[in-house]
Write a protein that binds this ligand. Structure first.
Ligand SMILES: [Zn+2]
Length: 213
């Protein structure tokens, strides 16, 4: 995944970023190496009303229906000075057990939005599988659009906007992706070569009646 400090590529097993010296172990030293349960909405700053939280749950439900392979979680809380939002995002992608309807999903397709209401900052961290799809420039644009909402203190709107903008980003990425088409099969033996499976055991049709002896 990308280094939370300089955005260069870091291999999952690589403990230190070769470009800037960022150390995943340092963050683990701070936050631990255990997995944590990551709810879709963690409001550690207690800024969302129950009504807002319920509404955001439905927004996230819609998102997950539209992109069944992805899932998104939002974290709101004031971080200590030693911890940056990208640090927390990096750690959550690696140590967060996303609480979604489908437990089979892996963090490769996870998205975490973190909001620090005191710093009035937001950050998006992506799993490995999404980094190639949602480029850094798209994320920067999304965060820029959230900034006025954060400054106003409209945190629920900021989360909703982030979900909708990511939805748009994923849609346009899906349109960009060229369709991979294989060569058409040159010979057709039977319907199974076309991906169709017969319900009866395969038998050859009897075209000629056997000659009487
Ligand atoms: Zn780095």
């Amino acid at each position: 995944m990308n280094c939370p400090h300089c955005s260069s590529q870091i291999a999952p097993a690589q403990p230190v970023c070769s470009q800037c010296g960022f150390s995943a172990a340092a963050i683990r030293g701070y936050l631990g190496a255990d997995w944590v349960k990551l709810a879709r909405i963690t409001d550690n700053a207690q800024l969302l009303s129950l009504k807002h939280t319920r509404h955001l749950e439905t927004v996230l439900d819609d998102f997950e229906r539209r992109f069944p392979q992805c899932f998104m979680a939002a974290y709101m809380g004031a971080l200590p000075e030693a911890l940056t939002l990208p640090d927390l995002g990096f750690w959550l992608i690696n140590h967060g057990a996303f609480h979604t309807h489908q437990i089979s999903r892996r963090n490769d397709f996870g998205i975490v939005l973190m909001i620090d209401p005191v710093r009035q900052q937001a950050c998006l961290s992506l799993g490995y599988g999404l980094e190639a799809v949602l480029k850094e420039t798209i994320l920067t644009q999304i965060l820029k659009k959230l900034q006025p909402l954060l400054t106003q203190g409209s945190f629920a709107s900021a989360i909703e906007s982030a979900v909708l903008l990511i939805d748009k980003g994923l849609q346009s990425a899906a349109r960009r992706e060229p369709r991979q088409l294989d060569q058409p099969p040159s010979v057709i033996g039977d319907a199974s070569d076309l991906g169709l499976h017969t319900l009866r055991p395969p038998t050859r049709p009897l075209l000629h009646a056997p000659k009487p002896h």
